[in-house]
Design a protein around this ligand. Structure first.
Ligand SMILES: *[C@@H]1O[C@H](CO)[C@@H](O)[C@H](O)[C@H]1NC(C)=O
Ligand SMILES: *[C@@H]1O[C@H](CO)[C@@H](O)[C@H](O)[C@H]1NC(C)=O
Ligand SMILES: *[C@@H]1O[C@H](CO)[C@@H](O)[C@H](O)[C@H]1NC(C)=O
Ligand SMILES: *[C@@H]1O[C@H](CO)[C@@H](O)[C@H](O)[C@H]1NC(C)=O
Ligand SMILES: *[C@@H]1O[C@H](CO)[C@@H](O)[C@H](O)[C@H]1NC(C)=O
Ligand SMILES: *[C@@H]1O[C@H](CO)[C@@H](O)[C@H](O)[C@H]1NC(C)=O
Length: 512
């Protein structure tokens, strides 16, 4: 029998351990976002990336994160454009539910007062802190969606970096210039570290976990990065894209003329490039832009490394869920095209990885088809919060629900039975009031797209009887999507099956 005082001490020790055990279950979340970053990362080497990852990418921090994450090798965004893609991911509702296809509308005003990922964590007792580009700023999000955050939002000043005459598509910033005017993403990373120094210790002492969302502006145009990152990509190793032409038999509506690159920057604007299919940029410009993009990717990677270092320093790695995603893909001269804004594989395919303590330390990769709407229910399950229910067909008055699937089963079994079709869409031409909608579906072997008449607000649905173009790419023999087989007789049966599945939509195809 212990003397009473020792007994009491032991009792309190056990009680403390039990409480600590309960508290440990509430994991923090570090929510990292990059802009226009295609899955061109060391971790993505392999047969599934449509254009081989080349040159060897220097992304040690994201590769390290991938090595202790569920790496989604085939994750697809819902729309290859910042505002609609982010709105969809952050609400876990598809574009036909958010009604956001362009930049000007705010989902809370047009579709419903939907709960976002950071808002859900905030409502569950988390300190929700946001900075940089998480939502697409401005009208798209009512200025970074105030209901999502517990504290005032941090934006980096002068986020384009240049002004007037210096308005270039890319700038390698020297050390002096960088010291005089810190790059916006550097300021965002430094702010993240500052916030971690405050919320990290609180999360360990009290039951107040943090949800920290950090959105980087790079590698979005203009490719502005510290000069030192060029050294990872010597000029001699940069290659042109393997397929500088538009797909054979591509319908015109599939094409985007990449005006954002052609007209916004003086160095490219003066070249007077038409942006029409098969009229791409001169070879030397193509190589220079590719090199600058890769350098901007490595710059972003290094900032992510700085933030993770702070987590490690505070011994928080085992208590923190980390997710990373880039809002959609990007073309670097493939198809003779640039930027995003299409339904091609290169625009729809995007990087995503999720590190969950206790589930993913060994590093798990899955080839299962996954979607950006899957992230919200995954983070909720990983954190042990109340699971989200599936949205009803009309969810405009349902605050919190999901149109995706938690990816936790893939952490336990990366080849688990899973959905076999994923959906991306793109509106043409006026994004705010589209006349046409391109619905695109990826299956294991095919990408199939129908561009159909869009019945505008307030109807907001497709008229499948009026078709403007059809695309069928066979990834078993044409992973670069260089041949549209939609009108090829030998594909008639496949086309008809894919068409039925596409029109049935995600809800009827979800066989998990
Ligand atoms: C939307 O939801 C938030 C959070 O629940 C609430 O604070 C806000 O008042 C709601 N807005 C409208 C317009 O209902
Ligand atoms: C650094 O860049 C600035 C701005 O472009 C330029 O004015 C300056 O001459 C450069 N300094 C060096 C040492 O190259
Ligand atoms: C682009 O070039 C390819 C290959 O030469 C050709 O098959 C295709 O028809 C061209 N497309 C257009 C729209 O000119
Ligand atoms: C730019 O290109 C168009 C054809 O695409 C041509 O008509 C026009 O004259 C060109 N402008 C200049 C300034 O070269
Ligand atoms: C690209 O090549 C053209 C033609 O050889 C040349 O006039 C131009 O200065 C080059 N541009 C760059 C940025 O190297
Ligand atoms: C969806 O439901 C809301 C009420 O919750 C209703 O006002 C709206 O008209 C419905 N939309 C459609 C397309 O049925």
């Amino acid at each position: 029998m212990l003397p009473p005082s020792r007994f009491v001490k032991k009792f309190y020790l056990v009680l403390t351990l039990i409480i600590a055990g309960v508290l440990c279950k509430r994991k923090n979340v570090l929510f990292l976002v990059a802009d226009d970053m295609r899955p061109e990362l060391g971790a993505y080497y392999g047969k599934d990336f449509p254009a081989p990852v080349y040159p060897p990418m220097h992304t040690p921090n994201l590769d390290w994160l991938a090595s202790r994450s569920l790496l989604l090798k085939r994750a697809y965004c819902q729309v290859a454009l910042c505002c609609p893609s982010r709105t969809s991911l952050l609400t876990s509702r598809r574009p036909d539910t958010t009604h956001i296809y362009g930049f000007d509308k705010y989902f809370r005003k047009t579709a419903g007062n939907f709960t976002t990922i950071p808002q859900y964590f905030k409502e569950n007792g988390y300190e929700s802190v946001g900075m940089g580009k998480v939502f697409h700023t401005g009208g798209c999000s009512g200025n970074d969606d105030p209901p999502s955050w517990s504290e005032p939002y941090f934006r980096a000043p002068n986020y384009h970096y240049w002004s007037g005459e210096t308005k270039h598509s890319w700038i390698a910033v020297n050390e002096t210039a960088e010291k005089n005017t810190p790059l916006p993403d550097t300021q965002i990373a430094q702010n993240a570290i500052k916030v971690l120094k405050r919320v990290g210790p609180v999360s360990q002492k009290e039951d107040k976990p943090f949800f920290l969302a950090v959105g980087f502006h790079k590698p979005h145009l203009p490719f502005v990065f510290p000069e030192r990152f060029l050294k990872y990509y010597p000029k001699e190793v940069i290659r042109p894209p393997a397929n500088p032409q538009a797909p054979v038999n591509m319908p015109n509506i599939a094409w985007f003329n990449y005006w954002d690159l052609r007209t916004r920057y003086k160095d490219i604007d003066k070249l007077n490039i038409s942006g029409a299919p098969n009229h791409t940029l001169p070879l030397n410009i193509t190589l220079t832009l590719r090199r600058a993009y890769y350098s901007a990717v490595t710059f972003t990677d290094s900032l992510i490394g700085d933030i993770i270092q702070e987590l490690i320093k505070q011994n928080l790695l085992d208590d923190t869920i980390i997710s990373f995603w880039g809002d959609h893909g990007w073309k670097l001269g493939e198809h003779g095209a640039w930027c995003k804004e299409t339904n091609f594989e290169l625009d729809a395919h995007a990087p995503m990885m999720i590190s969950v303590p206790g589930y993913t330390e060994k590093g798990i990769q899955t080839e299962r088809l996954t979607e950006f709407v899957d992230l919200f229910p995954t983070l909720v399950e990983a954190a042990g919060l109340k699971p989200l229910s599936l949205c009803p067909i009309n969810s405009s008055s349902v605050k919190t629900c999901t149109e995706g699937d938690s990816l936790i089963p893939l952490m336990k079994k990366p080849d688990a039975k899973w959905k076999t079709k994923v959906f991306t869409q793109f509106a043409r031409e006026d994004w705010e009031h589209p006349d046409w909608m391109g619905y695109s579906m990826r299956t294991d072997n095919f990408r199939y797209t129908e561009w159909v008449k869009w019945l505008k607000d307030p109807i907001n649905k497709p008229d499948w009887s009026i078709l403007k173009g059809v695309e069928l790419y066979d990834h078993t023999r044409d992973p670069q999507e260089n041949y549209n087989f939609a009108s090829d007789k030998s594909y008639a049966e496949i086309r008809s099956r894919l068409s039925k599945e596409l029109r049935a939509g995600w809800r009827k195809n979800n066989n998990i």
